[in-house]
Design a binder for this molecule. Structure first.
Ligand code: ADP
Ligand code: MG
Length: 618
């Protein structure tokens, strides 16, 4: 166990090293640091340009990614190769996002509905983690260019409602971009820290963080007790934000000019210009009473009072969410001590006024709302760097703890730098019919393959009653207590068979050994992640082969001879692809097999086969 204030688990911070704070946003991302002289948080920017980097990745014809303002230009003109809002896909399965499939203008792969989503651009497949890593790599590059020093350590923020998988996907994106992610921090927590809320070591205060960004609205109610943050409730709308406000202006203009949106969609460049002008109008109206511009020889104008009428219902929806959040936290508006405004869209005076009136007190809006999260992340980074010596000396885990999953991959249950005590659980299943035991191997370390990590323990959960693959539900719990003892419990939930072991994770490791393991993981990050992606693709491919073969045996009568031949060919192609080193090839063949079998898979709704696709196997 290590103390944060002393060594951040590695001791390496004794050199003056910059830890940056990163807001990885749905619409915009940015980096902030604590200025070494003024000791104040500042957002990094190049000369007179903006600190905000649009969270957009465009791939050119060679598949090279470009991130930021340059990529944003292609949103309308090259939608299939321009990825926006990748954050919405982090840690999600296709099933999770299928309802909003129409929102994405690029290709989100719909195959095995329980598998994590992938995005296809040309012949390449990208996970949301890959896409976020491109954004983070760009931010890292910018920060290094501005600071004239290597940047390798970061604190990254995520929404308070992000689950384990989404947080892990964010960590992985950082790692892939060559960043050691010291901590994942909740966005509302970071925003509060930027205002200095929660920096007092004693006392209790309740805060509402109202975050209206480009495409999402979040309201979080936080309680801070002696410097420790607790999320009481979160609410919001994942499809409500500045984009909707822009759309309201566009609709208003189109109605004024009697232009049909369908006609306009045929000229993407004009639509793009009108969209950008709408955003410009919205921003202008935050500080002036009217806006006018000329597009294609036509004058487009809008007044502030018209604008406020247009967005009244949008604001109303956010206030309804605030009411729900308060109800969930069992508080009334008067019990909120401070309100923090976050997100570019809170620059709109009508938004501020509505929020202040709802809570019955003035809001905190003195800090740039689209920088405040990154600034707070920088404050957190500074605390982690030990520069704020007397703050929060909590026990943390120096290295990640996890188990081995299929293909020899490390699946992290307790990420390093987690506060202790902690408890984390996840569910797994079998991948062979009638499997009666499951091996649970516990590892410590930061590498993607367990063979490069440190094995702590291994045991067999035996006595699982015979069931088809995918049906058993094995719940694995990691309980790490304050003395650093790890208790691992494995329980098959349908039958109740259970096994428990105790391990002592890190006690016999020196700081130097920990440091070496971290160094290795950073040096090998890119290669490790490539290998992980390959192993994951192979596992997915093998599972699909098994399920399809089983299906064929059972349901051959449903198929026409031609379907049988086509499926056999697709199976063969996938089998061959799995033996090669190209994950994109494997994904392509998985897609092809799915395409071939989809029509008749739909004909036979076989629960056991569907069940076999659920859950990961160890
Ligand atoms: P996210 O957290 O989703 O990445 P941001 O906090 O960066 O998003 O907010 C981006 C949104 O803020 C965009 O819709 C942008 O148009 C809007 N915005 C930025 N400045 C203003 C302004 N002055 N008035 C109104 N909206 C603004
Ligand atoms: Mg944001």
């Amino acid at each position: 166990m290590a103390k944060i204030g002393i060594n951040i688990a590695t001791g390496s911070l004794q050199k003056a090293e910059m830890i940056v704070g990163i807001d990885l946003g749905t619409t915009n991302s940015l980096v902030a640091i604590i200025h070494p002289e003024t000791k104040q948080p500042v957002a990094l920017k190049e000369h007179d340009s903006s600190s905000l980097v649009p969270s957009v990745v465009h791939f050119d014809v060679f598949g090279n990614p470009e991130v930021g303002q340059g990529a944003k230009r292609y949103l309308e003109s090259d939608p299939a190769n321009t990825i926006f809002s990748a954050k919405r896909l982090m840690g999600k399965s296709y099933k999770d996002v299928s309802q909003s499939a129409g929102y994405f203008t690029y290709k989100v792969i719909d195959d095995n509905t329980d598998a994590l989503v992938k995005v296809q651009v040309g012949s390449s497949f990208y996970s949301p983690t890959d896409l976020s890593s491109f954004i983070l790599a760009e931010l890292k590059k910018r920060a290094e260019h501005i600071l004239k020093t290597p940047v390798t350590k970061a604190v990254i923020t995520v929404p308070a409602y992000f689950n384990d998988a989404q947080r892990q996907a964010t960590r992985d994106a950082g790692k892939l971009a060559g960043l050691d992610v010291l901590r994942i921090v909740n966005e509302p927590t970071a925003a509060s820290l930027a205002y200095g809320l929660g920096l007092e070591k004693e006392g209790e205060t309740t805060i509402a963080v109202y975050d209206l960004g480009g495409g999402t609205f979040d309201i979080s109610i936080l309680k801070i007790t002696d410097g420790v943050f607790d999320v009481l409730s979160t609410n919001g709308d994942t499809y409500l934000g500045g984009d909707d406000i822009d759309r309201a202006i566009i609709d208003y203009w189109l109605a004024q000019k009697s232009i049909d949106i369908k006609v306009l969609q045929k000229s993407p460049n004009l639509l793009q210009t009108i969209r950008l002008s709408a955003e410009e109008a919205k921003k202008a109206l935050s500080s002036s009473d009217q806006f006018e511009t000329t597009i294609d020889g036509q004058v487009y104008q809008i007044t502030k009072s018209v604008f406020e009428g247009l967005i009244d219902s949008i604001i109303g929806k956010t206030i309804d969410c605030c009411k729900n959040a308060l109800a969930d936290a069992k508080l009334n508006a008067g019990q909120i001590d401070s309100i923090v405004m976050v997100g570019g869209s809170t620059r709109i005076p009508a938004v501020k006024a509505a929020v202040a009136s709802f809570f019955g007190k003035p809001v905190n809006d003195s800090i740039n709302p689209d920088e405040v999260v990154a600034l707070g992340a920088a404050v957190q980074a500074d605390i982690l760097a030990g520069n704020n010596k007397d703050f929060l000396l909590l026990d943390i885990t120096p290295l990640s703890l996890g188990i081995e999953t299929m293909g020899g991959l490390m699946e992290v249950l307790v990420p390093r730098n987690s506060k202790v005590p902690t408890q984390v659980g996840r569910q797994y299943t079998t991948h062979v019919d009638g499997q009666s035991s499951m091996r649970v191997s516990v590892y410590q370390g930061e590498r993607d393959l367990v063979k490069d990590n440190r094995k702590l323990a291994e045991f067999n959960l035996t006595g699982i009653p015979g069931m088809p693959a995918g049906l058993p539900k094995v719940d694995i719990q990691f309980l790490l207590n304050a003395d650093g003892i790890l208790v691992v419990k494995a329980k098959e939930l349908r039958s109740g068979v259970e096994q428990i072991i105790e391990v002592k994770p890190a006690l016999d490791l020196t700081d130097d050994q920990v440091e070496k393991m971290l160094q290795d993981s950073i040096e090998n990050a890119a290669a490790d992640m490539v290998l992980r992606a390959l192993v994951e693709a192979r596992t997915e491919g093998e599972q699909l082969l098994a399920v399809t073969e089983k299906f064929m045996v059972k349901h051959q009568s449903l198929l026409t001879p031609d379907e049988v031949t086509q499926t056999a060919l697709a199976l063969q192609a996938l089998q061959l692809a799995i033996t090669m080193e190209d994950k994109n090839l494997i994904q392509t063949k998985i897609e092809a097999l799915n395409e071939t079998t989809r029509p008749f898979a739909e004909r036979a709704m076989d629960e056991a086969v569907k069940g076999a696709l659920k859950g990961k196997s160890i």
